[in-house]
Ligand binder design. Structure first.
Ligand SMILES: NC(=O)c1ccc[n+]([C@@H]2O[C@H](COP(=O)([O-])OP(=O)(O)OC[C@H]3O[C@@H](n4cnc5c(N)ncnc54)[C@H](O)[C@@H]3O)[C@@H](O)[C@H]2O)c1
Length: 309
């Protein structure tokens, strides 16, 4: 039986940790690609040498050559720059758009049937870049953000109510970042909406902490940004695809009229299986929730409009 193959582009913090998770779960062989010579080879070799101890048979290799990534089932894109002091958001947008465009074009030449999972920020805009550069149908271009944002919300709910994270479920829609739209009435502990367990003020405090989840970690780390939870979230999506699990997960997908939005990547719950996104799950939003969703979509639109054609 042929083993699955996943290429992870960008051997930095998120990329290397995703590679480690995939390999150690024995989910697929992993090819780690980076533009820096030696970096992916070194990390690939180091990960491969952990295999006898961890006890898995996945092959891990690092490379600067996309030919080695040929025939991948999933390609994860984490390559990009972090925002440097003095660099505007627009500068970052332009620079990461150029990186994502070039790596996606190279990767899809060798893996024309892959599902793309985009991680690089600004996430929703980078999904647009990846879709244009690949020419793939929307089912095979997915952005990772909602799984991470929901995990952060779940962590804070569980901490607040002193219950297992396993029993805390959260529902987050919208673009990645401070305009995301957590939906408390669909966020539950063992099926009970948190709105019945917490005061509106406490719910609001958890929602705000979730929306600032990335910034809270950046402020603590000083250099670099979160990567353990982002890598775990990316792994969950890759696992759902490769094992055709039909998981219902919030992902950034190109909306075509769903939730009243057309032609934009925004986070919504979708069914993930072997073909990538199998369908968008639509729920009825209240007027306030719909307005928040539209505000979130409008900030994605602003960034997309700034992308070079
Ligand atoms: N979507 C999310 O929720 C989420 C969460 C965390 C991080 N991120 C984003 O993921 C990206 C990676 O974060 P990180 O912490 O791993 O950063 P990092 O700096 O540790 O790693 C980035 C890697 O990309 C590589 N790279 C740059 N240009 C390249 C190119 N042209 N080809 C191949 N590789 C190239 C760099 O050499 C580096 O190794 C960032 O854009 C970050 O903002 C997104």
């Amino acid at each position: 039986m042929r083993r699955n193959k996943v290429t992870v582009i960008g051997a930095g913090n998120v990329g290397a940790t995703v590679a480690q998770r995939i390999a150690e779960a024995g989910l697929a062989d992993v090819v780690l690609v980076d533009i820096v010579e030696g970096l992916p080879q070194g990390k690939g070799l180091d990960l491969a040498q952990a295999a006898p101890i961890v006890g898995h048979d996945a092959r891990v290799v690092g490379t600067n050559d996309y030919a080695d990534s040929a025939g991948s089932d999933v390609v994860v894109v984490t390559s990009g720059l972090a925002r440097q002091p003095g660099m505007s958001r627009d500068d970052l947008l332009t620079k990461n758009a150029a990186i994502v465009r070039s790596v996606v074009a190279l990767a899809v030449r060798h893996s024309p049937n892959a599902v793309l999972v985009i991680v690089t920020n600004p996430l929703d805009a980078m999904c647009h870049v990846a879709m244009r550069a690949s020419g793939f149908p929307r089912e095979r271009v997915l952005g990772m953000a909602g799984v991470l944002d929901s995990a952060r919300f779940r962590t804070f709910i569980a901490e607040e109510l002193r219950v297992s994270v396993e029993d805390a479920h959260a529902f987050v829609l919208g673009g990645h970042g401070d305009t995301m739209v957590p939906l408390p009435r669909y966020s539950t502990v063992a099926g009970i909406p948190i709105t019945e367990l917490l005061s509106p003020e406490r719910v609001q405090a958890l929602v705000e902490r979730t929306a600032n989840g990335g910034a809270e970690i950046v402020a603590l780390l000083k250099t670099g940004s979160a990567f353990y939870a982002p890598a775990a979230a990316t792994f969950e999506m890759v696992d759902a695809i490769l094992r055709d699990r039909k998981r219902v997960l919030p992902c950034a997908v190109l909306l075509q009229g769903e939730y009243g939005v057309d032609g934009l990547f925004v986070g919504v719950p979708v069914v993930l299986g072997a073909g990538g996104m199998e369908r968008v799950i639509q729920i009825k939003l209240s007027a306030d929730e719909q307005a928040a969703f539209e505000r979130s979509a409008a900030t994605v639109r602003e960034l997309v409009d700034k992308l070079p054609a």
